[in-house]
Write a protein that binds this ligand. Structure first.
Ligand code: TYM
Length: 324
């Protein structure tokens, strides 16, 4: 099976990115052909400081490698190293109705937050469709917030195939993991744009402080509490082992457990998962050449697939170039 997914380089990656997407990616690299990319064309819709953008792009690569992406098994590359993607996006935009894009909830959310929309933001789902269709991805492992974009990708593939009477573009399926919607410190979806994230690789003291800031209610320590109503437990249950989750739930219900203790348990669970990766990341940070080499080698692999598919796409549309 061919697996394709991307992550924007628009800020520090957080627990939502890891539990919703990256953990699935790392698991899937074992048995599938995987293409994972840093969606830096997409993040240009929000990051327009060039130095920062270079840094954030590199950070996503470091995070992925530290978390266990094995470049021998999976390709990890920059979206911008595959220029065919933007070429395909243009072609797809000619078969996609404006109405489809107007229905995108992530676009509507941003407009509702008074973000003045650029054409790039409006056309974001078309670029995302190009990202997936250019590798003929079978499956796209993502968090719940991206499912509508994958469904749009399915529609866009159909529009293209119908318009040009062909079967070149493959309809992908979304895949959700065990944590499709990780809540943030305020209980809403964890998201860079809501300012409610727990970053993956902050120093332990900062991470602890952030976890201590998770919103809880004012139930006194001695009173029994419903774990299912608590933001701390909501994250804990996505991270800890089944036994530990059952044990903490019991303590909530029994009373006598303060939210401070629950937060401490969460901090330990997060550190247990991310502590070793943080150390690996620090080592990788010293080896910029290695990271760059991984990105380039992977891009070459991805580009040979993209080149082939684009050639077929151009032929189907009657577009000749000197590259074919
Ligand atoms: P992005 O960069 O916002 O998020 C990257 C991945 O993390 C998932 N995610 C979450 N999962 C669970 N709970 C959360 N709170 C949470 N927050 C984020 C996202 O669902 C995503 O899987 N448009 C995409 C990037 C992209 C892409 C693609 C993805 C560009 N091209 C092609 C798949 C295929 C985005 O903005 O993800």
């Amino acid at each position: 099976m061919r697996v394709v997914s991307g992550i924007q380089s628009s800020g520090k990656l957080h627990l939502g990115n890891y539990l919703g997407a990256i953990a699935q990616h790392i698991e899937m690299q074992e048995k599938n052909e995987c293409f994972f990319f840093i969606a830096n064309y997409h993040s240009l819709t929000t990051i327009q400081d060039p130095k920062l953008h270079i840094q954030l792009t590199r950070d996503v690569a470091l995070d992925y490698l530290a978390l266990g992406l094995d470049p021998e098994k999976a390709a990890l590359f920059r979206q911008t190293d595959i220029p065919e993607v933007t070429e395909l996006a243009w072609i797809l935009s000619t078969v996609t109705g404006k109405g489809l894009l107007e229905r995108a909830t992530s676009y509507k959310d941003k407009v509702a937050k008074n973000i003045s929309p650029s054409m790039g933001l409006f056309c974001y789902p078309i670029l995302m469709a190009a990202d997936i269709l250019i590798y003929r991805g079978d499956v796209v492992p993502v968090g719940k917030d991206q499912v509508q974009h994958i469904e749009m990708t399915q529609d866009i593939a159909n529009y293209f195939n119908q318009t040009f009477a062909c079967d070149i573009l493959k309809r992908p399926e979304p895949k959700l993991g065990v944590a499709p919607l990780v809540p943030g410190v305020d209980g809403q979806k964890m998201s860079k744009s809501y300012g409610n994230t727990i970053s993956l690789f902050d120093p332990p003291s900062k991470m602890r402080k952030r976890i201590m800031s998770i919103k809880t209610d004012s139930t006194p320590v001695e009173s029994p509490k419903d774990p299912e109503q608590c933001n701390v437990f909501a994250i804990y249950k996505l991270l800890a082992t089944e036994d530990k989750v059952a044990d903490l739930a019991k303590q909530y219900r029994a009373g006598g457990l303060g939210y401070g203790d629950a937060k401490k348990a969460l901090f330990e669970a997060v550190e247990g998962q991310l502590g070793p990766a943080r150390e690996k990341r620090e080592q990788l940070e010293q080896d910029a050449d290695y990271v760059e080499d991984v990105l380039r080698t992977s891009a070459n692999r991805a580009r040979s697939v993209a080149h082939e598919v684009m050639s077929e796409v151009r032929t189907a549309c009657g577009l000749a170039t000197i590259r074919d």
